[in-house]
Design a binder for this molecule. Structure first.
Ligand code: CAA
Length: 294
């Protein structure tokens, strides 16, 4: 089945990027949020990025207008009725996701495919709660979606070969590097990346270096674009903690457990870049490391 219209639930950090790259690839896009403020914020980010691409000469104004024109922002999930593929990028909370799918399952056409952008929750738990577990798969994007080439295409125990083929074809149309993976918490990238970020935080707790020293060392010593603490802030400390918790519950291994410093920062509402403070303070021109008071 050819996908023409894509629904994206959530216009936050991941959702706005998924909506943008889908529209750039030529799909008609319906994007929803829980409230107008969040929707406006997400759409403003897309418009800003399209504007910047025009300024840099990477896009004609007419192309940017056409991309924006393909995105229909709405607060009403019933607008997913005509979508061929609906991707959820809402809060990483299974109950919220199950509520969402219940609503969408009722309005979406029977032949539509569903996908979750979950970072770590098992795909099968969502798939099994819908009337179409065979047409349900995982499509895991990376932040920033516009920039990171990878799309993990996840096969749960019920996902049909047809649904996997749809996911792979969608990723290829987006010009992403697609990798098929199985429904195991963390899939490939987070299975390896999350313990690494958590170890960066443990290293800070154990005094191997300061925030800046740890990040500088990993950039200069291992060629990473960001050190583990800056990357944790970038991913979102609340998201990192919640992925770690899911993986710890699944595997019962210390390497996935959220270290105390991470839990304290999350409790304080210091979620990283998105809240303006995490391991760094983002209120000035340049991020400044803030001692988390170990
Ligand atoms: N949103 C959209 N585009 C962005 C962006 C953002 N937040 N940040 C940067 N970009 C774009 C810029 O517009 C620019 O585009 P052009 O080349 O077209 O002009 C390009 O990226 C490079 O930007 P900069 O020169 O400003 O920045 P940089 O070279 O320092 O790169 C970075 C920034 C791409 C974020 C880089 O630091 C990087 O790759 N960091 C690692 C990111 C990473 O590991 N992501 C995965 C996180 S894990 C995850 O997402 C999975 C999960 O489930 C938690």
């Amino acid at each position: 089945m050819e996908i023409k219209k894509v629904g994206v639930a959530g216009c936050g950090l991941m959702g706005h990027g998924i909506a943008q790259v889908s529209a750039e690839a030529g799909y008609e896009v319906v994007v929803t949020e829980l409230n107008q403020e969040n929707l406006d914020k997400g759409i403003a980010k897309i418009e800003k990025q399209l504007g910047r691409a025009v300024e840099k000469g990477k896009l004609e104004q007419s192309e940017a207008d056409a991309i924006r024109g393909r995105i229909n922002p709405t607060l009403h999930p019933h607008e997913f009725a005509e979508c061929d593929l609906v991707i959820e990028a809402i809060t990483e909370d299974l109950e919220m996701k199950l509520d969402f799918w219940k609503q969408v399952d009722e309005v979406a056409k029977p032949e539509a495919f569903f996908a979750t952008n979950t970072s770590s929750l098992p795909v099968i738990n969502q798939a099994a709660a819908t009337s179409r577990p065979d047409r349900f798969l995982g499509l895991h994007f990376f932040n920033p979606v516009q920039r990171m080439p990878l799309l993990e295409v996840i096969q749960s125990v019920t996902t049909s070969p047809e649904a996997m083929a749809v996911g792979m074809a969608y990723g290829e149309k987006l010009n992403k590097t697609t990798v098929e993976t199985r429904d195991k918490a963390g899939f490939i990238v987070n299975r390896l990346l999350v313990p690494y970020m958590l170890d960066g935080i443990r290293g800070l707790e154990e005094g191997i270096g300061s925030i800046e020293e740890i990040d500088t060392a990993m950039k200069a010593g291992a060629g990473h674009p960001m050190g583990p603490l800056a990357l944790s802030d970038f991913v979102g400390l609340d998201t990192l903690a919640s992925i770690g918790n899911v993986m710890f519950d699944e595997f019962r291994e210390r390497r996935f457990a959220a270290p105390p410093t991470l839990r304290k920062l999350v409790a304080a509402g210091f979620y990283g870049v998105k809240s303006g403070r995490g391991f760094y303070d983002y209120s000035g021109e340049k991020p400044v490391p803030v001692n988390p008071g170990l």
